[in-house]
Design a protein around this ligand. Structure first.
Ligand code: ACO
Length: 428
């Protein structure tokens, strides 16, 4: 296999090294391109651009494969837990029993927020979107923990990592409680990670809240499935922001903001709103799919369908769809929204428009059906995605720092006005 690629330009031929990944993916290393030719590359949306080498997550979009540190997502979904996957993603190996125990214990002990955070949330409007509140609150963690902001100090990094993973569920549920006017619930460190989240989200100080093991397991599964997805929009944002050597809290806050968008994690809220609208307006699945094919610029897409990388199927969607049926059956829930989702999927998968463009259900298509079945309001769906994605962001951020990175700074091709003289106000 050739180890270099040749580029001919302006009568000159230059050789560019080929980098090969451990799964055979190949890339042209263009690091010397500009210095040798004066050229840069142009790739809006980074459709063909690798921004780094990474040993964390492998995706084969053509085959529908997703692995964390080499372990297939289907196996992790069946056998692992979210905190174990978090450890795996961040530190590279499955932990031994005592290491896992110490990690889980440390996360358990950092769940509480500084009491002044109550004032922080109370200052927000009642209808503040939880993603806006979470991004702001995670950024604000830097103001509460100025002792752990150095991105290259190992001990400071460890403590801020554990604080973040432990506190994000508390922050997200505070945002929710504030929006519905209920008292904030203190974490209960006797509970599991997900159990504690459910307790803070659905419990009240007035009565005991019983955690349904089916729900706890389903949420843990969803967190595992969301835990990392290599160089997606939010992970790339976390890397880019972090490349300035700003602290982890600030970097993750930017990731939460990126995830909020409806073309990224915000799609899970949009899917449930789409399914609800179809139900309430009495539309047929066929009618809606026809609408989603419109080429008008403002036409609604079939949200929860399509992915930049997966062009066969999204393995996470397959696991979630199965879990969706199991959870609803165990809870004795008949969901009209699930019926509509299945109908839309069946129609779209046979439709030439979707087949031609290789558009399949993505991770967000069925997750909202589970979230709403357990009573989660749609505006919290993306916040739950953020809790799941957090270890992935941290792992990507840590890997970038280990790589002795440069600051992220893309170039551009300028297409604006050439130099011109300033025109005085009265002459314009
Ligand atoms: N419904 C209808 N048409 C679609 C859809 C959709 N869900 N997704 C893509 N298309 C069409 C586009 O209109 C385009 O058609 P064209 O070639 O005729 O112009 C073609 O398929 C390719 O779409 P792009 O937007 O160019 O594909 P890209 O890889 O840039 O985008 C994305 C991927 C953003 C996920 C897109 O498929 C989409 O908007 N899906 C709906 C939103 C969604 O579910 N997002 C969650 C993604 S998963 C995640 O981030 C967690």
């Amino acid at each position: 296999m050739a180890k270099t690629a040749e580029l001919r330009f302006d009568g000159q031929t230059i050789e560019l090294p080929i980098i090969e990944g451990s799964e055979g993916e190949r890339a042209i290393d263009i690091g010397a391109l500009r210095s040798k030719t004066g050229l840069i590359t142009l790739d809006p949306g980074y459709v063909n651009t690798g921004s780094c080498t990474s040993a964390i997550t492998f995706i084969d979009g053509e085959e529908g494969i997703l692995r964390y540190r080499g372990y297939p997502i289907e196996e992790l979904a069946e056998k692992s837990t979210f905190l174990e996957c978090a450890y795996l993603l961040m530190y590279g190996e499955l932990p031994k029993r005592e290491v896992l125990h110490a990690f889980v214990d440390s996360i358990r002990r950092h769940t509480m927020l500084h009491e002044d955070f109550r004032g922080f949330f109370k200052a927000l409007p009642k209808d503040a979107h939880p993603m806006a509140a979470c991004a702001a609150a995670v950024g604000a963690l830097a103001t509460f923990y100025p002792d752990s902001l150095d991105p290259v100090d190992e001990r400071q990094l460890e403590i801020s990592t554990h604080r973040l993973i432990a506190k994000l569920p508390t922050l997200a549920t505070y945002a929710y409680k504030h929006s519905i006017g209920q008292p904030f619930m203190y974490p209960d460190n006797r509970l599991s990670y997900v159990g504690n989240f459910l307790h803070m989200m659905f419990g009240t100080p007035c009565e005991d809240f019983e955690i349904d093991p089916v729900v706890r397991k389903a949420i843990d599964l969803l967190l595992i499935l969301h835990a990392d997805h290599e160089q997606n929009c939010s992970a790339s944002t976390v890397r880019l922001v972090g490349s300035s050597n700003v602290n982890l809290f600030a970097s993750v806050s930017s990731g939460i903001t990126a995830l909020w968008g409806p073309r990224h994690g915000g799609a899970n809220q949009d899917v449930i709103e789409m399914l609800t609208a179809i139900r309430d307006e009495g539309l047929s699945g066929k009618e809606f799919v026809e609408r989603a094919k419109s080429r008008e610029a403002d036409a609604a897409r079939l949200t929860g369908f399509g992915h930049r990388v997966y062009k066969n199927h999204d393995p996470r969607a397959t696991v979630i769809k199965k879990a969706c049926f199991e959870v609803l059956e165990k809870m004795g829930i008949h969901s009209k929204l699930l019926e509509i989702a299945v109908e839309l999927e069946e129609i779209a998968l046979k439709d030439e428009y979707f087949v031609e463009r290789k558009l399949y259900p993505n991770v967000d298509f069925y997750s909202g059906v589970i979230y709403s079945a357990i009573g989660t309001p749609p505006n919290m769906f993306t916040a739950m995605f953020a809790i799941g994605r957090l270890p992935g962001w941290i792992a990507q951020w840590m890997e970038m720092h280990d790589d002795k990175h440069k600051i992220g700074r893309p170039r551009q091709v300028y297409v604006g006005e050439n130099q011109r003289d300033y025109v005085e106000l009265e002459d314009r």
